[in-house]
Design a protein around this ligand. Sequence first.
Ligand code: 5GP
Length: 206
Amino acid sequence: MSNLPASGKGLLFVMSGPSGTGKGTICGELIKSGNIFLSVSSTTREKRKGEIDGVTYNYTTVDEFEKMIAGGEMLEYAKYGDNYYGTPKKTVTEMLAAGKNVLLEIEPQGAALVKSKMPEAVLLFILPPSARELKKRLCERGRESDEEIAKRLQAAGWELSQAPLYNKMFVNDDLGECVERVGEYISEKTRERAFLDNLIEELQDI
Ligand code: 5GP
């Protein structure tokens, strides 16, 4: 019971899955509901075409990133490829304290760190329908070089091996259906927590 957040706090959801599974699109759809806030990560990787500083990521230098780590400003961080990626603690903590649900879209090393610090976090893993489809999606989106695609496919093996540590897995076969299933799961967890918080509050008045 000591790990339960105090009444009125939001829930923290963490989403992972190999590059190309469609997590980014799923998160984009989920936040349209207005029931969940997507945390903006910091990264040292180069900004890609179409990405917006402060919206897609906060783009920083390695020096700045390492200063944030040293200053204890990161809830979690990891190296993915040659770059740092991390979740700044401040906004997440503030949103949760204000009763808002927060969603992190991060890779499994970071997800494990979050779970160790905040065991009540709900971890969601997005799976591709097949390995062939994963490769096809990575190639078709045309964002990465052939070399980067090969690296991401190689990383996918380890990432998939971490999926059993998550609370729930979802196969992204049909995007609309997957968004609906994830959204319903988030609502269910939110309702559960509200019920529990109410019970705890009621007990104090008995
Ligand atoms: P991309 O370069 O494709 O935007 O992201 C590469 C990987 O880094 C993805 O698996 C993504 O989920 C992960 N990632 C993005 N932000 C964070 C973060 O703040 N922390 C961690 N640990 N991983 C992140």
